[in-house]
Design a protein around this ligand. Structure first.
Ligand code: SAM
Length: 335
């Protein structure tokens, strides 16, 4: 919000009549709503829009019209301030922009804080998501020097430290789609649970969720998030899912494999966890010229190698990942 001084027509009314005149002007659409009404000891000065409207609808007030300078509160856009709209995403009270080390980064960050009343920190992402724990490096560009926040999604709250764990709000609709498939008798195994956005939402519908992650920091936040969302039917395990799976033979009605790029390396593990007739929710990053066929083949071969059969129930693009790559989801029943 910006404040500008501007000259408007206004109507001088006694304080005792002020509220009824203001209301009548507002109902007639004659009030200049974004200008701040002024007052002195005896009068209000109510800014109005059209001379003609006052003359037609309030002929007895037209004699009281005068001109004054008012403070006008104007809702500004990125275009007004920067001349363009930057791309950024908001997680909790933190906004993230892609850093290109241009001097514009600071201006963009300050403008995001100015225009978003809930954003307190702007971070520049210095790297892509990387390494086994799928984290990114950040630099604070503006606001509170902080990488920890609380993000709200579908009625759940997630505490996250963006510099130490993986999180993206861009899978919110996908998480809801999966949780809508879960029944109250189901056991769900979230093989790569992170801070728990799939685990916690599905736990609201499931009998039990077994949530596994190798990153101890993600597990620390996952435990907090289970408490924060009063989820009590979750078993949280820190470790490599390949080792943990030895105690989870054929327990899962649904398995969530949200480790795109590498999920294929863990299909043999998933196939020892899933119950016959259970469903694997498989995620991958695919190029636009082979969105599904290659992934289907990988899953079918893995199932065959274990003496099982894979039936593709559904396949869909859930978001774009890069100009020529997409994040895809395949729901697969294993028999
Ligand atoms: N499902 C979460 C979400 O949607 O926010 C996190 C997904 S993130 C892409 C993948 C997660 O898998 C990371 O938290 C990482 O630490 C974990 N991870 C990677 N390799 C693993 C392994 N071998 N066993 C268990 N967890 C692993």
């Amino acid at each position: 919000m910006a404040v500008r001084s501007e000259r408007f027509r206004c109507i001088q009314v006694s304080k005792s009549n002020g509220e009824s005149v203001r209301r009548a002007l507002a109902e007639a659409g004659a009030l200049q709503r974004d200008a701040v009404i002024q007052r002195d000891a005896d009068h209000l000065y109510i800014p109005v829009r059209h001379k003609a409207c006052i003359e037609n609808s309030f002929p007895d007030l037209s004699a009281k019209v005068q001109h004054r300078v008012f403070e006008r509160r104007i809702k500004l856009s990125f275009d007004d301030i920067l001349g363009f709209t930057p791309s950024y995403e908001v997680i909790g009270d933190i906004a993230i922009i892609d850093a290109d080390s241009s001097p514009d980064d600071k201006r963009i960050a300050d403008t995001i804080i100015l225009l978003h009343k809930n954003v307190r920190t702007v971070l520049a992402a210095l790297t892509d998501v990387q390494g086994e724990f799928r984290t990114r490096d950040f630099r604070v560009i503006s606001g509170k020097p902080n990488t920890e926040t609380v993000h709200k999604e579908y009625g759940c709250r997630y505490e996250i430290d963006l510099a130490r764990v993986y999180f993206t709000p861009r899978l919110a609709t996908e998480r809801k789609r999966i949780s809508d498939q879960i029944h109250e008798t189901d056991v769900v195994v979230d093989m790569f649970a992170g801070v728990g956005p799939f685990s916690i939402l599905t736990a609201k519908s499931a009998r039990q969720v077994i949530a596994i992650d190798k990153n101890p920091v993600a597990i620390k936040y996952l435990r907090r998030n289970a408490q924060l969302n009063t989820v009590n039917n979750m078993k949280i395990i820190c470790g490599d899912v390949r080792d943990i799976s030895k105690d989870l033979h054929y327990v899962a009605d649904h398995i969530i494999m949200n480790l795109p790029h590498s999920a294929h390396k863990f299909l043999d593990v998933a196939l020892t966890i899933v119950k016959p007739g259970g469903t694997i929710h498989y995620y991958d990053i695919r190029s636009e010229d082979d969105l599904f066929d290659g992934a289907q083949e990988i899953i079918e071969h893995a199932a065959e190698a274990c003496g099982m059969t894979a039936h593709i129930l559904d396949q869909r693009v859930i978001r774009s990942y890069s100009p020529h790559q997409s994040n895809v989801a395949l729901d697969v029943t294993i028999c």
